[in-house]
Design a protein. Structure first.
Length: 365
C-alpha cells in the first residue's frame, strides 16, 4: 500500500497547477500519507503548506549562460536523485513538463513509480529538440499514468507527435477548492464585474478591458484580482481608455470568496487555459459567469445558457454584448447562478481526490 508520496513541481508560486498540486499534497497528508514536496526552483510560495509536509527546494538561484545551464542541470539531477534515495517514496507525482522530465528520469533510474501530469496547452512540446522529445516519449510511456485535467488537454496530448502511441492518459478534473467564510463587509462601493488570474497575455485581460469600455452600463466597475508581468501594459490601456476610476487591478486577495460572493458576474477572458480554477470557484459561489471558448476547459465546464454563457468569437464587441445581456437580464442571471452551483457536486474534492488515490494502486499499464 503506497504511503509515502513525493510531489515535484517547478515552484509553488501562484498558478493553477501549483494550486492543484499543493491541495492534493495537503489532502494526502490529511489521509495519513507521508508527503514531501520538491520545488525545482525557489520562489515565494503562494499557498499554505502544513508543517507536517516536508518542503524541499533544489536550487535558490537562476543565472543565464550555457555553462550555468550545464551546472544547473547537473545540480538538479544530483539533488533530486539524492531526495529520491533519502525519501524512498512509494510514488512520485509531478506537474508540468520540466518537472515531469526530471521526475520521470530520476524515477526510472531509482526504480521509483511515478505519475506525470500536463495541465495546459501542449504547444511548447513542439519546441523541444529531438533528444528531449525522445526522453519525453519514453518517460511518459513508462509512467503509471499521464494525467490531463480535461478532455481537451487529453486530445492535444494524443495529437502531439512526440507522444504518438502512448496509451496511459487519464482525465481527472480539478476539484472545487473550499474557500473561507464570507464576510459581511463590502469589497467595493459600487456593483462590479469580477475577473481573476495572472496578469499576462494568455489571460486576455486586455480583451476584457476593451470589452468593458464598450458596455452600456457606466455605473459598474471591473475588478481584476491577480498580479503578473503585464500590469504596466494593462495600466496604460486603462489610462488610454479613460477607465482609471472604473477598472481596478487589485492584486492578489486572500478573501477571494468575498469578491465572488458580491460580484454581479464573473468573466474568464483567457486566450488559453488548462482547466480554469477561477471559473469553477466563481461558479461554486453562484456567481453568474461568462467565459471565452478558449483551449482548453471552459467548454467542458459551461453549458451555454444553462449554467453560464460561452463566447465563441474572440471579439471585444461580442464579449461586451454578453456582459450587457447578463447585467440587464436578472432572470437569466439568477438561473445561471442556480445551475452554476451544481459544480460543487460534479467537482467535489471527495470525488476528484478519490480518482487520484485510485491511481496509486493501479499497476503500470
Amino acid at each position: 500500500m503506497p504511503k509515502k508520496l513525493l510531489f515535484v513541481i517547478n515552484s509553488l508560486q501562484g498558478g493553477g497547477a501549483e494550486r492543484v498540486l499543493s491541495s492534493l499534497a495537503v489532502f494526502f497528508h490529511s489521509q495519513g500519507y507521508s508527503v514531501s514536496i520538491v520545488c525545482l526552483n525557489y520562489a515565494e510560495q503562494a499557498y499554505d503548506i502544513p508543517q507536517g509536509i516536508k518542503l524541499i527546494y533544489l536550487t535558490r538561484d537562476r543565472r543565464i549562460g550555457m555553462l550555468y545551464r550545464v551546472y544547473y542541470a547537473y545540480r538538479t539531477y544530483s539533488r533530486l536523485r539524492r531526495v529520491f534515495k533519502t525519501e524512498k517514496p512509494d510514488c512520485a507525482i509531478s506537474f508540468m513538463t520540466s518537472a515531469n522530465l526530471w521526475t520521470g528520469f530520476v524515477g526510472m533510474l531509482t526504480r521509483t513509480s511515478y505519475i506525470v501530469s500536463e495541465r495546459t496547452n501542449t504547444d511548447h512540446i513542439k519546441s523541444l529538440n529531438i533528444i528531449q522529445r525522445w526522453f519525453l516519449h519514453n518517460i511518459y510511456s513508462a509512467s503509471k499514468c499521464v494525467v490531463a485535467p480535461c478532455g481537451g488537454v487529453e486530445a492535444a496530448l494524443l495529437r502531439t507527435e512526440a507522444l504518438k502511441g502512448i496509451n496511459n492518459i487519464k482525465v481527472i478534473i480539478n476539484p472545487v477548492k473550499a474557500l473561507g467564510p464570507i464576510s459581511k463587509k463590502a469589497v467595493n462601493e459600487r456593483k462590479y464585474i469580477l475577473a481573476a488570474g495572472r496578469l499576462c497575455y494568455e489571460k486576455g485581460f486586455d480583451l476584457l478591458i476593451e470589452a468593458f469600455a464598450l458596455i452600456k452600463d457606466k455605473n459598474v466597475d471591473l475588478l481584476i484580482v491577480g498580479e503578473g508581468e503585464d500590469r504596466e501594459v494593462l495600466e496604460k490601456q486603462i489610462d488610454n481608455l479613460g477607465l482609471i476610476e472604473r477598472v481596478k487591478l487589485i492584486g492578489a486577495q486572500k478573501n477571494i470568496q468575498d469578491y465572488y460572493n458580491n460580484a454581479d458576474l464573473f468573466v474568464l477572458s483567457s486566450r488559453t487555459e488548462g482547466y480554469p480554477n477561477v471559473l469553477i470557484e466563481a461558479m461554486s459561489m453562484g456567481c453568474p459567469s461568462i467565459a471565452m471558448d478558449c483551449e482548453f476547459g471552459p467548454s467542458e465546464i459551461i453549458r451555454h445558457e444553462e449554467n453560464g454563457l460561452l463566447v465563441k468569437e474572440r471579439s471585444a464587441e461580442i464579449l461586451s454584448q454578453n456582459i450587457d445581456r447578463l447585467l440587464s437580464d436578472r432572470l437569466l442571471s439568477a438561473r445561471l447562478s442556480e445551475k452554476a452551483r451544481l459544480i460543487n457536486f460534479t467537482n467535489s474534492t471527495a470525488a476528484v481526490y478519490a480518482e487520484w488515490e485510485k491511481l496509486l494502486y493501479e499497476p503500470v499499464s
